[in-house]
Design a protein around this ligand. Structure first.
Ligand code: BTN
Length: 320
């Protein structure tokens, strides 16, 4: 891939690639076939040489890392054409001492994981599937703030890159036109009072043309909302830059960081206040939202008094 992207406008001979990689032309042909199966458009064959059809929108470390200079995410970008789940890869690496800021991105996930044991549709090169390892010196309860700030970072990045204005649904779904285009899955390893490591997993539907079946009424993509395709590379870089800013302010204990996260979430979310919602928790109940408490939990006024949503799913009461 690197040889082809470095020479994006020219035909690179199979012999030259073989020489530079220290392998045979047959092996080069096999590698090219493999890249084609993974969705990279390459023309040519061993006799004529190979050429990239167009610069691919791949989340390759060579492309992404330089865009992330100055953030905690620039130093270690791990890329997979296909993997089970970037969250699983990141959790395993973190257990083996992977450093804070390591990022795991995939073009396709074969067992993408969602919240509550759901799966996450992860079609090849259409979405962003990205997991980052963090090692915050925070108590486990503060990971809710991490969830909230990740949603804010996604909304900011989408706004900057596409000009669209996403909505946030507590704790961390990101919506456009009332449908979800981004989900966040935070997993961690912690002691009762101390987080060892956290993996922040982010799935963004970018260029999916449609969703069928049970996803159809609830899922959308940036392309479906805007009628055009978007660069996943640009979006991923914007997202990780924004996440870097919000995370660093929280992790460094900036005095106003917590209040800022809560305030910004409330400003950006149509669900945070005065919204009639249904909460799927403890048998389910309805009420009107009354903002976040100081830890980031959602307050809901019901006819039996105020309740705090601890982990349930929140939906607009009029949603099907
Ligand atoms: C949700 O259900 O809303 C959360 C979805 C999280 C999906 C992302 S994609 C990258 C990372 N790897 C996974 O397996 N899941 C998360």
């Amino acid at each position: 891939m690197r040889l082809l992207t470095d020479n994006a406008t020219v035909v690179v001979s199979g012999t030259r690639i073989a020489e530079e990689l220290g392998t045979s032309r047959t092996e080069v042909w096999r590698a090219v076939q493999h890249l084609r199966e993974l969705g990279v458009r390459i023309t040519g064959h061993p006799a004529t040489g190979y050429q990239l059809d167009k610069m691919p929108d791949l989340l390759l470390p060579e492309i992404l890392a330089p865009m992330l200079k100055g953030t905690i995410f620039g130093a270690r970008v791990h890329h997979y054409f296909r993997t089970g789940s970037t969250n699983v890869a990141a959790m395993q690496a973190a257990a083996e001492d992977e450093a804070e800021g390591a990022v795991f991105v995939a073009e396709e996930q074969t067992s993408g994981r969602g919240r509550g044991g759901h799966s996450w549709a992860s079609a090849q090169s259409q979405g962003i599937y990205c997991s980052a390892v963090l090692r915050p010196a925070l108590p486990p309860a503060d990971t809710l703030l991490l969830s909230l700030l990740t949603g804010i970072a996604v909304a900011e990045a989408v706004e900057q890159t596409t000009g669209m204005h996403p909505d946030l649904r507590w704790p961390n779904d990101v919506l456009l036109g009332g449908k979800k285009f981004c989900g966040i899955l935070i997993e961690m390893n912690a002691e009762p009072t101390r987080v060892r490591y956290v993996v922040v997993g982010i799935g963004v539907n970018v260029n999916q043309p449609s969703f069928g079946g049970e996803l159809e009424p609830i899922a959308t993509s940036l392309r479906m909302e805007s009628g055009r395709e978007w660069s996943r590379v640009e979006l991923t870089a914007a997202l990780l830059k924004s996440l870097d800013g919000w995370y660093r302010r929280l992790a460094q204990g900036a005095p106003e960081a917590r209040a800022n996260i809560l305030l910004t979430f409330e400003e950006r979310s149509s669900f945070a206040r005065s919204r009639h919602v249904r909460v799927e928790e403890e048998g389910g109940y309805e009420g009107v939202t009354e903002g976040l408490d100081e830890r980031g939990f959602l307050r809901v006024r019901t006819d039996k008094g105020q309740r705090i949503v601890l982990s349930g799913t929140v939906r607009a009461a009029d949603e099907r």
